[in-house]
Design a protein around this ligand. Structure first.
Ligand code: GDP
Length: 322
């Protein structure tokens, strides 16, 4: 029998990759879209004839109950949230409505309308904020430092509480930064790969960056969504860190991208204080021992492969071949 999956946040980077993965596995895929949404449907436009768009809103309990009742999904992936950290400071209550209470509403809809559905909650490394230890594990204390992280911490614990109290198959995946050609250029990874491609093609001749010593645990979005799916295929629900398990600096990133196109990065890159962060996050790096051991999973794409595939994508895009 065809499995049915319901995805919130379908139009985001992860939602679009997850939809592709599930379609390739033969699932019938439903994606929640807000009717009034002006959000960019570009990432999923190529899938429109294969996905069923359902309308509803994480702010509206009855719409979620209707969607779950009507679609009767086997698996539900909650990837939707108000995830832009600076906005979480200017709109903390709205952030909590979507990112925290939205998950309560979804869990409640599952409990009432499809209690045997398996549920994936997208937790974020932002829950660790200023962690006591590095790398962080599934047992590291949460010390979120912004309203988004606080809302994600609430959602994480509500998911676990519904698992314990109602016996739902509900899991949290704590993802670290994950990148792809579908990332925006406001993020440093895509900013660098796109700039390298532009410079290579003679469309630009400089790249201004902020803190070159900043480090991140970067993995490929395709690896991350595969981990999400795998978490729902187990006998027992559990929570996992989804990360690469290693950190790289912005300097290494820029060096890797420019090496790939055969140029010396120092000839093009300058440091501009405008891109420095006043409150630079501490080093977040995930320990991937649990997911490696219990799910036999590790990232398929190395840091270098990720840099190179994104540079290749941007080269094609800018040459008009994409
Ligand atoms: P996020 O902070 O993890 O959401 O992702 P970003 O990609 O925006 O930033 C990653 C790191 O790169 C941060 O530590 C930044 O301080 C650092 N960084 C250095 N130069 C830049 C830049 O020009 N733009 C951005 N966005 N980040 C930069």
């Amino acid at each position: 029998m065809t499995k049915k999956a319901f995805i919130t946040g379908l139009t985001g980077q992860d939602g679009s990759y997850l939809a592709e993965l599930l379609l390739a596995k033969g699932y019938q895929v439903f994606g929640l879209v807000r009717r009034s949404s002006t959000s960019n449907l570009e990432r999923v436009s190529h899938l429109f004839n294969q996905i069923q768009i359902v309308s509803g809103d994480l702010l509206d309990q009855s719409s979620l109950m209707d969607v779950v009742t009507e679609t009767q999904p086997d698996e539900i992936y909650n990837l939707a949230s108000q995830s832009y950290v600076p906005l979480s400071w200017t709109q903390p209550a709205l952030t909590a409505e979507y990112t925290a209470l939205g998950v309560s509403r979804l869990l409640e809809s599952i409990r009432r309308c499809k209690p045997d559905a398996k549920f994936y909650q997208a937790s974020s490394s932002e829950v660790f904020g200023q962690p006591d230890e590095s790398p962080q594990t599934e047992r590291t204390a949460f010390r979120p430092r912004n309203p988004y992280g606080v809302a994600k911490a609430y959602a994480h614990w509500m998911t676990i509480n519904y698992r314990q109290k109602y016996n739902l198959y509900a899991c949290c995946g704590i993802t670290y930064t994950h990148e792809s050609p579908r990332r925006g250029t406001e993020f440093v990874f895509r900013k660098i790969t796109q700039a390298a491609a532009k410079i290579k093609l003679g469309l630009a001749n400089e790249l201004k960056l902020g803190n070159l010593d900043a480090r991140r645990d970067w993995c490929y979005a395709k690896d991350a969504v595969y981990a999400m799916w795998l978490m729902l295929q187990q006998e027992q629900p559990d929570d996992f860190i989804i990360a690469s398990g290693e950190t790289h600096s912005v300097r290494e990133l820029v060096e890797c991208a420019f090496n790939y196109i055969g140029l010396n990065w120092q000839d093009y890159v300058s440091v501009d204080p405008a891109f420095y962060r006043p409150d630079e996050a501490v080093q977040l790096v995930g320990c991937i021992d649990k997911i490696k051991t219990k799910l036999a999973l590790q990232p398929q794409y190395s840091f270098k492969e990720l840099v190179e595939l994104m540079v290749d994508y941007d080269l094609k895009l800018l040459s008009g071949n994409k």
